[in-house]
Design a protein around this ligand. Structure first.
Ligand code: PSV
Ligand code: MN
Length: 392
């Protein structure tokens, strides 16, 4: 086996990407939804879709769950999830509390000035920790939609204290191997201030919560032009990088397919991660995309294949040589050393790896040829069409 092949195999054997349950369901924009006949309408269907993606790519053994959407009965629903895990060979991944959809959260959840609403949010978080324990899930993944729309309408300062108090309590209930992932976002749904607006705020909050709290970087949650790989480097250095929500964006949190706009950025992020093998082993790679126009299944398989290809490119960078070139400030050679991996056409090697692992050589072609999408379209079409008419 050539050195390249070996590196590619090692990289692909190690890469695990978590799928978002919500990526299989009908989603839209704030202007409405275009419903797809194939979209999953139940948790059973989400597990089935995730299992199909895993069978095609060999890289997606876990499914992220959103508590309100996937376990509306809370802890009581965990039995059903355990059965689905067994049936489909896909495990529950990160557990995502929902602190943004209930009417009570209009002015925030754990940052709400109303102590009753704060309590309600905390109870939901604590139940989410219990759900994660029951499902043997390592990560409780927290995204707060909290914020405000107009200057002066909320005390940003007091809201920090309320948030810190809640996160400390949640942290106190985590099991020995569990983690609290803290996600940040600069705007939306709030348009003036977001209580966790950037990675620095998330890092400070994680530190205050406790040592099992780490930061989650959603690639779509940055201002245009921000150097995300530098953020990754800082979080790695602080030992507080918990994981990623991968997607791509052109303007804001667009939820576009990974690598569709700027594949070099994802490559640079992977390159920094691959420079820290210890952190790499614990970092959660999750997809957070909603495919509004593309077919759900096709888009998901395309995303995972893209992650595999770009990760492999980054694995080919000769990091030892790069470090030497950096030390000697041989700028062009250093840049070319990095870019060598990016420009290398890894696809033949990735195909070889797939065949060697008993996977389809071309997962997208296999999806199209396998009839799965046609079958779920006919099974789910009527149900999805019903929601079209009720939507209209
Ligand atoms: C918010 O934009 C976010 O990125 C959070 O991770 C949510 O959990 C997810 O999208 C789904 O709404
Ligand atoms: Mn996210």
């Amino acid at each position: 086996m050539s050195e390249h092949q070996e590196r590619v195999s090692r990289a692909l054997d190690s890469l695990r990407v978590e799928l978002p349950s919500w990526g299989f369901a009908n989603t839209g924009t704030r202007f409405g939804k275009y419903l797809q006949a194939e979209a999953a309408t139940t948790i059973e269907e989400k597990f089935a879709d995730a299992a199909e993606v895993h069978a095609l790519t060999g890289a997606t053994p876990t499914l992220a769950l959103h508590v309100m959407w996937d376990l509306p009965g809370g802890l009581r629903d965990t039995r059903k999830i355990l059965d689905l895990e067994e049936e489909h060979g896909v495990r529950a991944g990160s557990i995502n509390p929902n602190l943004f959809e209930r009417q009570e959260y209009k002015f925030g959840s754990v940052c709400n000035p109303d102590p009753g609403v704060r309590r309600m949010a905390l109870d939901h978080l604590l139940e989410s920790v219990e759900i994660a324990k029951a499902l043997r899930s390592r990560d409780v993944s927290l995204w707060l939609a909290d914020g405000s729309n107009y200057p002066g309408t909320q005390s940003m300062r007091r809201r920090i204290d309320w948030m810190a108090e809640a996160l400390r309590q949640v942290h106190g209930e985590l099991g020995a191997d569990q983690r609290l992932l803290v996600e940040y976002k600069p705007f939306e749904p709030a348009f003036y201030h977001t209580d966790l607006g950037d990675w620095g705020m998330a890092l400070l909050m994680a530190r205050q919560a406790g040592e099992k709290a780490v930061v989650l970087v959603d690639t779509g949650h940055h201002y245009a032009g921000q150097n995300i790989e530098q953020i990754v480097v800082w979080l790695l250095r602080e030992k507080r990088l918990g994981g990623f929500h991968f997607n791509d964006r052109r303007y804001a949190d667009d939820d576009l397919t990974l690598g569709s706009i700027d594949p070099y950025q994802i490559f640079r992020i992977f390159h920094e991660l691959l420079s820290d093998s210890e952190a790499l082993a614990t970092t959660a790679f999750m997809i957070d995309q909603s495919h509004n126009l593309k077919g759900k299944m096709e888009a998901m398989v395309q995303t995972v294949c893209t992650a595999q290809e770009i990760f492999t490119k980054a694995a080919l960078v000769d990091r030892e040589r790069l470090a030497a070139l950096q030390d000697e400030c041989r700028l062009v050679e250093a840049e070319e050393c990095l870019r060598q991996g990016f420009w290398f056409d890894v696809r033949p090697l990735v195909r070889e790896w797939r065949v060697a692992r008993g996977l389809p050589e071309d997962p997208l072609a296999a999806l199209r040829a396998g009839g799965y999408v046609e079958r779920i379209r006919s099974e789910r079409g009527a149900r999805n069409a019903q929601s079209v008419s009720s939507y209209a």
